[in-house]
Design a protein around this ligand. Structure first.
Ligand code: GLV
Length: 321
């Protein structure tokens, strides 16, 4: 029997799987676990099931001890994990790709609709109790049909977002490290372009790339200036891919028309100037937040931990031992 530490609350079905075969300790506090508590509780663990709010770095791996075999992250993004530090110590790291693709693409489309059709503004107006009535020019937004969606990072979530946008009558261009398979290109009619062309021609830009040194502030003042004044920026990937202060300035000064943000540079903080602006839709990192998806993510993370503890290959590894 191995010892597993779970760094936060996860659906019971995943805990039950783990408990059936191993000794499980889990942080169940309403807030994220403190760093101090985390470092105390991981000591001696053979497996850690981690949430994206926890930093898994060399210090933590060393405190956990040499028996540690696996870090099973309950997220597809793994910028919270120092993967080379895991690899150096022979620790397998895993994530949860696939199971959150559709839910995250739904939120990307939700943000696109929310900001282009001014849904948040409309709701705030009604809730404020101010008088309103239908008017020819009242709260006019921007149509999606016939417009171009530029997708940065055309992995599974980017493709799922493209598929939805196509159903809304949008043209798709994308920028990605690798070209899409021919059948996906045929299905989506998507055209691969470089970043400059994507910035200059897209009516909506949606980010779906991983976060890392190569994508830090990928969208900053220069890129925002290269976008159309009528364009919208959507981020459901990771906050620091955009320079949040530069986005606030671009929105204030009318360099772009609007933004829809699910992720932020310093979560849970949101740049204060964004809170003052009406042309930005803000939601608190809800990309994968459905009951079904979170259950599938936690179950996949549990299966990854169980596989490694049972000396089987993990289902969705990030690194190799
Ligand atoms: C959520 O942000 C995830 O990476 O799964």
């Amino acid at each position: 029997m191995s010892r597993i530490f779970v760094t936060g609350r996860v659906p019971e079905v995943a805990l039950e799987k783990l408990r059936a075969a191993h000794e499980v300790d889990a942080w169940t506090g309403p807030e994220s676990i403190s760093r101090e508590e985390l470092l105390t509780r991981v000591a001696g663990a053979d497996a850690v099931v981690s949430l994206l709010t926890e930093r898994i770095d060399a210090e933590l791996l060393d405190v956990a001890g040499p028996q540690l075999k696996v870090i099973a992250n309950v997220a597809v993004g793994y910028d919270n994990i120092d993967v080379p530090a895991c690899t150096d110590r022979g620790v397998i790291a895993t994530n949860t790709p696939g199971v959150l693709t559709e839910a995250t693409a739904d939120i990307a489309l939700g943000l696109i609709l929310s900001v282009t059709r001014r849904l948040g503004e409309g709701e705030r107006l009604i809730r404020s109790g101010q008088p309103w009535k239908w008017g020819m020019f009242f709260l006019l937004g921007s149509s999606l049909h016939g417009k171009t969606l530029g997708i940065i990072g055309m992995g599974s979530i980017g493709q799922a977002t493209a598929r939805r946008a196509k159903a809304f009558g949008m043209e798709i261009v994308y920028q990605s490290r690798s070209a899409l398979a021919a059948e996906v290109v045929a299905e989506l009619g998507a055209r691969r372009v470089d970043l400059d062309e994507l910035l200059a021609t897209s009516d909506v830009i949606s980010l779906h790339c991983p976060y890392g040194p190569a994508t830090h502030h990928l969208i900053g003042a220069e890129q925002l200036a290269a976008m159309k004044n009528s364009a919208y920026l959507i981020n459901t990937a990771r906050g620091p891919i955009i320079d949040e202060a530069a986005v606030a300035t671009a929105l204030q000064e009318g360099h772009i028309a609007g933004a829809g943000l699910d992720v932020f540079e310093n979560e849970p903080d949101v740049h204060l100037r964004l809170l003052e602006l009406d042309n930005v839709a803000l939601v608190p990192h809800l990309g994968s937040a459905t009951i079904e998806t979170r259950t599938a993510m936690a179950t996949l993370a549990a299966d990854n931990a169980l596989a490694v503890l049972g000396n089987e290959p993990p289902l969705t590894p990030i690194n190799a031992r």
